[in-house]
Design a protein around this ligand. Structure first.
Ligand code: 5AD
Length: 392
């Protein structure tokens, strides 16, 4: 199984290539791939050309797609036809602007040490009951090898804010991965200097995941008393300036949060120029100061998905693991039918998954990677989506 359809380069001008997929044309940046020429078969992810493949390999993969490529699109179109309510309207907008493509990224959580003490988060420094782990470079590389062997082409590398990983070390991790595999790397390592992020970018990372958590100052001060919302927002802006694809967003259901806060969070995510929206329910964790608070309803989260889509027709909107944790695969389906179009699969080595305990009962901690892939691909096919990343 492959999470992208190979295309053929039909034109190149400056930093951009035009790629043909079964007669449909898309554009992608070429700065991660040297030596590309018209006629080459390539994979693209997140708007970047990432890998050149032989004609023979391309033909083999394309054969598995040619039958269903247009059938899935048709089914998706049918499901998005004649929208009647908020969710259906959002879904129709998604279909019109983003077609049926859905990115499926892998995520590797390489350390659960965290110097922060965020009130909502189970891996906060103050949680002394949690067994901590960190992966060294060889272990990270073998997790990447495994993910790549399952077909992932875009990977998120996430950790708590762990000072053990110096700027040099982080740069080295990105360099090592890029030297082994032409994957699109997203880094998610919290608040680091813009310089540290620039070094990871120069080493080959092109995406970054950093949520601002809430755009309400009052709530921010209550849930992250030791840090500044403005500094965090400014860091996200600097990351955009460096050239990163920015994935950002917020938590839904924080104590004191109102419906208009969520609308402002959506607006803030767009204003930050997010390529992908990542927001999900706050889930109370027993070893945190917010242990006795309540998680939000599914309706509240789906309303946010639909509103985010209506306000941002061309964004990618992620179905978060927190949503899957609360409402399972049916919840994921509902979100995909209310405007969402991206998913992540946890590819952290199994022995660590439960320890990345940001909230309890995380979805996917007990599932083998191939099983999880089958589940996601099955879900996508059932609603006419293709696990591809064709659009920019
Ligand atoms: N519930 C839901 N999401 C959480 N995160 C941290 N703790 C929780 C929780 N209790 C999210 C934060 C963080 C991301 C890595 O995980 O939004 O940015």
């Amino acid at each position: 199984m492959c999470y992208a359809i190979p295309g053929r380069v039909v034109d190149i001008s400056g930093r951009t290539a035009v790629i043909d997929y079964f007669g449909e044309r898309r554009r992608a940046y070429i700065d991660l791939l040297e030596d590309v020429a018209i006629g080459d078969s390539v994979y693209a992810q997140g708007g970047f050309l990432i890998r050149k493949i032989s004609q023979k390999e391309a033909d083999e993969v394309l054969k598995t797609w040619e039958d269903i490529f247009f059938k899935l699109k048709e089914q998706d179109k049918k499901l998005a036809h004649n929208p009647k309510n908020l969710y259906e309207r959002a879904n129709a907008i998604r279909q019109e602007h983003q077609d049926n493509s859905c990115c499926v990224h892998g995520i590797i959580e390489f350390s659960n040490f965290c110097r922060c003490d965020c009130f909502y988060c189970g891996i906060r420094n103050g949680n002394k009951d949690l067994r901590r782990y960190r992966m060294e470079i060889p272990e990270i590389l073998s997790a990447v090898d495994e993910a790549v062997s399952h077909g992932f082409q875009a990977l998120v590398l996430q950790s708590g804010e762990d000072p053990y990983y110096s700027d040099d070390k982080l740069e080295g991790i990105v360099q090592n991965i890029r030297a082994r595999h032409p994957v699109l790397i997203f880094v998610s390592v919290g608040e680091r200097s813009a310089d540290a992020y620039k070094r990871m970018y120069d080493a080959g990372a092109r995406g970054v995941l950093l949520r601002f958590e809430t755009s309400n100052q009052e709530i921010y001060k209550k849930i992250k008393p030791a840090s500044s919302m403005d500094l965090r927002l400014n860091l996200i802006r600097s990351l955009k300036d460096i050239g990163y694809l920015v994935v950002t967003g917020f938590l839904i259901g924080l104590p004191g949060q109102r419906a208009d806060d969520i609308m402002k969070d959506i607006k803030t995510t767009s204003d930050l120029g997010a390529e992908m929206f990542s927001f999900g329910p706050f889930i109370p964790h027993p070893q945190t100061p917010l242990a006795t608070e309540k998680a939000p309803s599914l309706k509240k989260v789906l309303d946010a998905v639909a509103n985010a889509r209506i306000m941002n027709p061309s964004a990618k909107i992620l179905v978060t693991t927190a949503l899957e944790t609360m409402w399972g695969i049916d919840g994921a389906k509902s979100a995909l039918m209310a405007g969402a179009n991206s998913l992540m699969i946890n590819v952290t080595p199994e022995k660590y998954r439960l320890l990345y305990d940001i909230y309890p009962g995380r979805f996917g901690t007990g599932i083998k990677i191939p099983e999880h892939i089958d589940m996601v691909v099955g879900l996508l096919r059932s609603i006419g989506r293709a696990p591809t990343d064709l659009s920019i």
